[in-house]
Design a protein around this ligand. Structure first.
Ligand code: WTA
Length: 662
């Protein structure tokens, strides 16, 4: 009874908050904030390149740059090109040299409650050893190194060791399947792969090394596989190719000075989904990237490195983990929390338990996680003392106002500003966001471009700037330091994808958006065939090709359908071979097939058996109609279809399916 009362009180409170249009930065927050004065926007506007140079100079360079932006060959921009630096030196040595070696870089927490505190000095030591171990294995400047590891400290050591010797890393999210790892290693011609014997997931162990072995045998470019021993999962070690991480560490020299690299030296490749089936290798370089992530991490999260405890709950395998678990926070000497597990293991309040335990002051997560917490119930949050929290953040997808308000009230106790940060793998750094001591927020809006950034909303045809309120395409009209430099080995695709629609100086984002009367940006969502499931970016074409590779499938069309929990969910229309009948067993088989081809998180939530798919006369599948039908909307124009009857058959099917569900 008592709980019901609380939840109806909460509903009433949220309804009250729903009436508030803007949330001003709390006075207490402003007083302590690094930036509390609007003039920073004006200063950056007066000389945006100069502003970025001032941000670059906050880093510790071997040779400070005198050049800012080289825009002589758009869209191939260069930033700070005559500077020399090393990401691992910036993330480690400078802190140790400044006497902050004993500061904790990560409070690591394992799934079963294990704890390890890693200081900057600890990581400095391990990274040097591992960098030497990589060199011993013949890996050097310019070689690509794959990393397929769970959320364990070794993943940070691996990334920074690569950076230290100038070997760009290519991290693959642990939720992707071994097949996906192989594909990404093949595309990037990786020379080595760093992985793990087994990964823990909610009390179970996945035999990662075995899975990797089953697909990697004939990939000749991989000369070495380095295996971290993390569980007791059985695995074979292939003579001459495989080595144990702990063994090479033991043998390695302790000193490895960081290579002095050019600002434009590649730091990493990260594969992300595009509108075709082939993932895009987004390439980031060193000087501009670090400038962008360190500056935004400092000011968007108002970081006071000697006081704050910061936690970004993403996985290192996504760009959020690269920029805001590793490079941004470590460049700034932050103390962070790193958690191996899932938000509901061993219990649904684990995140909040850890916030209390480590005294987290800044918490950054995805809207989908917030919606899950709402569903699990407020009591899991309220059990823990979250008084130390002072700033909250979100990323990955638009946040619905109700989830925003719940986050604000239940987690933030109505005293923490929320920074809704919009950006992409390609942008490398946060682009549209509130500055928490300055900008009044409106729930659901990412507010304004970060100082130095220029964004606008244009019409699809001519690229003309739209009036407030009109939805259109989001574009970025100036280069920025952490921007992708190209798609790895696919310069043409890079131009075509981002810099062809409105010319070589306008970056096409791929999101729809509108600005309101006050200039606030509201992101609507993707306009291409990219879907966002629980903040994970996926391409419908990639899922389609995985489904079609099942021997019983003739054809498939995949769409993203709105979903209360995951933002979007994958819905697949599948046509079977010959006169095969769709059964629930086959449905499961196809889902599992997609799981093993790409990764479990990409399994379709819903499969609809279709005798035929709606196609234009030229044979193109009309996904727009499939989206309408899946969401129960009135159908748009069907006159261009080769066979308009297809749609009515599908409609009947969906009605029958719904009748069954009821
Ligand atoms: C979406 C994740 C609304 C957007 C950092 C973008 C967002 C895609 C937000 C990039 C936000 C990210 N509000 N939508 N605050 N943040 N998105 O590359 O559609 O995994 O294009 O990078 O996520 O996803 P990616």
């Amino acid at each position: 009874m008592a709980r019901m009362e609380t939840s109806s009180n909460l509903e009433a409170e949220l309804d009250r908050l729903l009436e508030i249009e803007r949330f001003d930065p709390p006075e207490e927050f402003r007083e302590h904030a690094l930036l509390a004065d609007r003039s920073v926007y004006e200063e950056a506007e007066r000389d945006w390149q100069g502003w970025w140079l001032s941000q670059a100079k906050e880093l510790s360079w071997f040779k400070e740059p005198t050049e800012t932006l080289d825009d002589s060959d758009p869209p191939f921009y260069k930033w700070f090109a005559d500077g020399k630096l090393n990401a691992s030196h910036i993330c480690l040595d400078q802190h140790v040299e400044a006497g902050n070696g004993e500061r904790v870089a990560f409070h690591w927490r394992g799934e079963e409650g294990e704890e390890r505190d890693l200081t900057y000095a600890d990581l400095h030591r391990d990274v040097q050893r591992f960098a030497n171990a990589l060199k011993e294995l013949g890996i050097g400047k310019g070689d690509i190194v794959g990393i397929y590891l769970p959320m364990i400290p070794e993943v940070v050591v691996a990334m920074l060791a690569c950076a230290r010797i100038g070997a760009p890393h290519n991290v693959v999210f642990g939720g992707f399947s071994a097949d996906s790892v192989r594909e990404r290693m093949e595309f990037s011609e990786a020379k080595a792969l760093i992985t793990v014997d087994g990964a823990r997931r909610k009390g179970k162990t996945a035999p990662i090394k075995q899975q990797v072995d089953s697909v990697m045998a004939d990939l000749d470019t991989i000369e070495h596989i380095i295996v971290v021993k993390h569980t007791d999962a059985e695995c074979e070690m292939k003579d001459g190719r495989d080595v144990w991480y702990h063994e090479v560490m033991e043998k390695a020299d302790t000193e490895c000075p960081a290579e002095e690299l050019d600002a434009e030296h590649p730091l990493y490749v990260l594969y992300t989904s595009g509108s075709t089936g082939k993932p895009k290798g987004v390439l980031h370089t060193t000087g501009g990237y670090l400038t962008g992530v360190a500056s935004t991490h400092r000011y968007v999260f108002d970081l006071h490195p000697d006081e704050d405890v910061y936690w970004c709950s993403a996985d290192v395998g996504w760009v959020t983990g690269h920029s805001y678990i590793v490079y941004g926070p470590m460049a700034n000497g932050a103390t962070s929390v790193m958690f191996e597990g899932a938000p509901d293991y061993p219990h649904k309040g684990i995140w909040w338990e850890l916030c209390e335990r480590y005294g987290v002051t800044i918490f950054y997560t995805a809207p989908t996680a917030i919606r899950a917490c709402i569903k699990w119930g407020t009591e899991h949050v309220e059990k823990f003392n979250l008084d130390k929290l002072r700033l909250l953040g979100t990323v990955g997808e638009p946040i619905n106002p109700k989830a925003w308000l719940w986050y604000h009230k239940v987690v933030g106790g109505e005293r923490c500003p929320i920074v809704d940060t919009w950006w992409q793998t390609e942008t490398g750094q946060i682009m549209i966001t509130p500055l928490p001591g300055i900008v009044s927020t409106k729930p659901g809006s990412a507010t304004f471009p970060y100082p130095g950034i220029a964004a606008t909303v244009v019409d699809e045809r001519e690229g003309k700037e739209l009036e407030p309120g009109e939805p259109g395409l989001l574009v970025l009209t100036r280069p920025w330091p952490a921007m992708l430099r190209t798609l790895y080995r696919e310069d043409e695709r890079f131009i075509e994808q981002y810099f062809s629609k409105f010319g070589k100086e306008t970056y096409l984002v791929g999101d729809g958006a509108r600005k309101d009367e006050d200039g606030y940006f509201w992101i609507i969502g993707r306009i291409d065939d990219v879907v966002n499931v629980s903040g994970h970016r996926l391409s419908t074409a990639e899922v389609e090709s995985a489904i079609v590779s099942h021997q019983k499938v003739a054809e498939a069309a995949v769409i993203g359908q709105s979903d209360e929990d995951t933002g979007q969910a994958i819905c697949a229309f599948v046509t079977l071979e010959g006169d095969l009948e769709g059964t629930s067993e086959l449905e499961q088989e196809i889902r599992d097939h997609v799981g093993s081809r790409i990764g479990k998180f990409t399994r379709p939530k819903r499969i609809i058996w279709a005798d035929d798919l709606p196609k234009t006369r030229s044979g193109k599948i009309m996904r727009r109609l499939l989206r309408d039908i899946a969401e129960g909307r009135a159908l748009g124009d069907v006159t261009t279809l080769r066979d308009p009857d297809v749609m009515s058959q599908l409609e009947d099917k969906i009605k029958a399916e719904q009748a069954e569900d009821d």
